[in-house]
Every structure is written in structure tokens, then in C-alpha cells.
Design a binder for this molecule. Sequence first.
Ligand code: SAJ
Length: 403
Amino acid sequence: MDLTVNVVGLGYIGLPPALMMAAHGVRVVGTDYNRDLVARLQGNEVTFEEEGLPDLFRQAVENGIRFSADYQRADVYIVSVPTPYNKTTRKIDPCYVTAAVQAVLKVCDDSAVIVIESTISPGTIDRCVRPLLGNRPIRLAHAPERIIPGNMIYELVHNSRTVGADDPETGELIRSVYASFCQGEIVLTDVRTAEMSKVVENTYRDINIAFANELSHICHEAGMDVYEVIRIANRHPRVNILTPGPGVGGHCISVDPWFLVGDYPDLTPLIHTARSVNDGQPEFILQRIHEVMKARNIGVTRVGLYGLTYKEDVDDVRESPTLQLLDLMDSHLSGGLVQVYDPFVKRTLAPNQHDSLASFLEACDLVVVMVGHSELREHPELLDGKVVFDTRNILTGGNVIHL
Ligand code: SAJ
């Protein structure tokens, strides 16, 4: 393919497709305004943990991928920058997207196509990006990412994806860029439908996790095993209930539904309630911890939270249920007293955070499993002799208490 692609934003979402395209023979330059990040990538450092990423990185480097802090002249730009939301208005804050597009506009030709990969609330491109073009005939597209942290490389290749474009010709061009590596179906549509369908996908999952979490409350009250109830209900051919847990973290599912609530407050009672149920789950966990502490006569300083990331086997702590729980504990003046450990997190994020499992276990009698990292799945005997409150349903045994 005789095109140059400039991927703008080299974080969790931008780096994998940049590497993937380069590994499949596309001429790629990766740009990030964070010069430190660019320097690390230029030094061949794989900047986050993800299975298969180091190999992919090597292939991309062999094929000549370049990293630069300067925006490039290219045929296609793929913008993968963060899209935070305003916690008060519940609306998207598009500042990183608009800043990236403004930077691209300074260097690009009028024949360029700018693709937004970042998740954005429906209407953002027309409202905030298109006006930046002025009278220039630059074309826009939206190709929202769908990869799941923990299985990114496989999903990049095998998932179906959506390309929303201004016209069919642009859609086909962008489809050909993604088809360089994507074996899934690439569906063409318009920009607004692509924006809406992405947010709808994550909202669907949030609502379904909320249902599972609500069932955990009902079953606890009824003295029943929620996992057994779900296991049996899921034998029905049209029922597929998700798994209750300590809450919903990550920067996607816990954020995107708010875009719809923020823009359509009168039309989203279900979505709003589901968000509130999932945001309230750490509070349910706190209440359950107190019950276990009381029943087993364990003091707060001997309680340990295992896992700080938002889910298993990733190093991402954004919106993590454990951090939400620690915030809640802080308001009860006990946050600084519990022990904390995560094998994937080296930065210190909490007082009493241990850097080894051995010292963590030494310090606690009750282990609250907040994240089901493989370490525990593969070696459940590590927790022998402890009282375990397992919020992820990965362990069994006489001393294990479930949700
Ligand atoms: N969780 C549960 N119970 C479940 C499933 C998940 O409590 O049954 C929790 C997880 O532990 C985690 C949170 O929900 O805290 C979200 O995890 P996840 O694995 O469901 O999803 P993410 O946030 O890692 O990735 C999602 C994916 N979206 C969908 O599955 C619809 C992914 O495909 C998207 O690319 C990604 O959001 C994104 O970037 O938008």
C-alpha cells in the first residue's frame, strides 16, 4: 500500500494498531506530544504490558516504523488520544482530540483523511472537529477501536470493525488501511452512526454487568450463591448473564455510558441507573468486608486488598474498583490502614502498598481478592491459611467467602 499513515497518540489504544499496520507493511509514523514517551519508544521500550506486544513491536521496528514528537505530512492520520469526560456535566471533553486535529491541520495537505479512533460521544465530529477544517476539503472518518486490554493483539486482527466516513470513496480508502491487518468484517457507515454504535456497545456491557452486580445484592440478602443462580439461568438458550464483581473500572465502560446520559438526560433512566449500580459496587464490597471482619474478628490493619488494576493481567489502574474502594475507606478513616498489593503495579498508589506478595501475606489475615490475576488463578495455594473474600469467584475452599 503506497500510503503514509501518521498515528497520533501512542498510548494503550494508538500504539497497538500503529505497530500492527507497520508489521503488515504499511509506512507508519507514530506521533505523540509526550516527548518522554516518544524517546522511550525510540529506545525500543515497550511502554505497557500486553501479551504479544513485544513481538509485534520488534516486527514493526524491523519494518521501519518511526516515532516522533513532531506531526508528520501523511496521507492518512489516525487520531487515538484520550477523551476524558467532565464529571459534573457528564459530557465529553474533546480537548485532546481537537488539539491533535489542530496540530495535524498545520502539516497536512488538503487531500489528507483524518480518522478519529478515540471513543467520542455521538455528534462530536460534526460539533467539534469539522468546524476546525474551515473551507479545506480534508475528509473525516471515525473508526472506533474495539480491542479489549488483555487480548488486544488477537482482537485487533480478528474483531470486526466499523468505519464511518464522509463518503463511500473515503470509507473504502480507510477500509483498505485497516484491511492490511484486520481479518474481521469492516463495516462502512456514516460518521454519526459509527460514533453512536461504539458508545452503545460499551453501554450495553455496562448495563449487563450492572444486572449481574444487582443480582449479587439480591442473592446475598436471600442467602444464596449468585454464581450458581447465574450458571443455571445461563443454561437457558436466550439468557447470558455476565459476572458480578467488585465494580466496573477501566477508561471505557465506566465512562462511555455517561456520554449518552450527559447528552440525553431525559431519555436515559436505564443507562443512568446501571452506571449508579456499578459505581456503587465498591460500597457493597466495603460493607461485605466489614461483615467478614466482624464474623472472623479481624482488625482493619490485618486486611489486605489483592489487586489494584481494573481487571486481571493488565497494568491499567484507571477507574479501578480497588482505588474506588480505597477512596471510600479514606472517608471512613481506614483507607491508610489496609494492606495493598498488585503484581502488575510498581508505582506506589496507596499507603501500605507492598512490593512483594510474601510481605503482603505476612501482613494480613483477611485477603480480599479484588482482581483475579493469573498468579492466584494458577496458584490458589498461595492463600492457604488466610481468610479469603473472593470478589472475582476464582478460588474455592473452606476459608473462601464469595460475593
Ligand atoms: N467486568 C465485570 N463483570 C463482567 C465483565 C467485566 O465486573 O462480566 C468488569 C471488569 O472487571 C472491568 C470492567 O468490567 O473492571 C470492564 O472490563 P471489560 O473487560 O468488560 O472491558 P474493557 O473496559 O477492558 O474493554 C471494553 C470492551 N468493550 C466491550 O466489551 C463492549 C472493549 O472491546 C473496548 O474496546 C474497550 O472497552 C474500549 O476501549 O472501549
